[in-house]
Design a protein around this ligand. Structure first.
Ligand SMILES: NC(=O)c1ccc[n+]([C@@H]2O[C@H](COP(=O)([O-])OP(=O)(O)OC[C@H]3O[C@@H](n4cnc5c(N)ncnc54)[C@H](OP(=O)(O)O)[C@@H]3O)[C@@H](O)[C@H]2O)c1
Length: 228
């Protein structure tokens, strides 16, 4: 490791956007610690000396604590919680079983904030916490409806991220709340607007430009500020 080499922790990197972000930051010369829930052949296949793969489920508090302990000697310029779910996203809120709706909220809103809180002590000065939100989390931009429980979970994430930043304002914390575009992944589907490479290239550029900027910033993969 060189002294100037940046280090990213990418959480939820088994596939999709998380995997693409790992590849992109490695290609840009960063060291990357990437997490999976279970062995990911795609992640293992990257086979870089600059990559460390760890296993954790963000919904599992003891597992997150154990990960924090295993990474005790590590410091990160970027801690990016990418993991998310869209279970029964096409059903209206009243038709989604309560336990499913609750789990979407827990995984997409509560768990990322708990992870950020747990790992804030591992962020270097001038680093950023990034949270994968969505434009669907914008209340103001919701003109089309749909994806109701998913939208609500990402709106909750945005609200919790702002409160997290306010709670840590004296520490000048930098929180990037990011929309990756509508992307062709398992979640985004084949009809989505853009491919993973376009999204993660844009996200990495935005992170590079915004790294360490104090405050909470809701931005898309092109660097555009989104309405709350
Ligand atoms: N694709 C889009 O168009 C789009 C648009 C806006 C926002 N997003 C957001 O971008 C993020 C990534 O989406 P994607 O399109 O890459 O989705 P994806 O292909 O479905 O991948 C989801 C990732 O999240 C991981 N994950 C889910 N629950 C987890 C948990 N409890 N603990 C740890 N990891 C967990 C999955 O791991 P496993 O492999 O173990 O399941 C997988 O790596 C999500 O937060 C999503 O809401 C996506």
């Amino acid at each position: 490791m060189t002294q100037s080499q940046k280090h990213a922790l990418i959480v939820g990197a088994s596939r999709g956007l998380g995997l693409g972000l790992v590849e992109t930051f490695l290609a840009r010369g960063w060291r990357v610690t990437a997490t999976q829930r279970r062995p990911s052949p795609a992640l293992a296949g990257l086979g870089s000396e600059a990559l460390r793969v760890e296993t954790a489920d963000i919904d599992d508090d003891p597992g997150v604590t154990a990960l924090h302990d295993r990474l005790a000697s590590e410091r990160f310029d970027l801690i990016f919680v990418v993991a998310g779910v869209a279970t029964l996203a096409h059903d209206p809120a009243h038709a989604v079983p309560r336990d499913v709706a609750a789990q979407v909220y827990l995984t997409n809103a509560i768990s990322p904030i708990r992870f950020a809180e747990a790992f804030l002590d591992r962020l270097v000065p001038g680093g950023s916490i990034a949270l994968m939100s969505s434009i669907l989390g914008s209340v103001g931009l919701n003109e089309t409806g749909g994806w109701e429980t998913y939208r609500a979970s990402k709106a909750a994430l945005n609200t919790l991220a702002r409160s997290f930043e306010i709670r840590h304002r004296a520490e000048n914390v930098s929180v990037l709340i990011l929309h990756p575009g509508w992307v062709r992944t398992e979640m985004g589907g084949a009809e989505a607007d853009i491919d993973v490479a376009t999204s993660v290239t844009g996200l990495a550029d935005v992170i590079g430009a915004q790294l360490g900027r104090p405050g909470a910033h809701y931005l898309d993969y092109r660097g555009e500020t989104l309405a709350w």
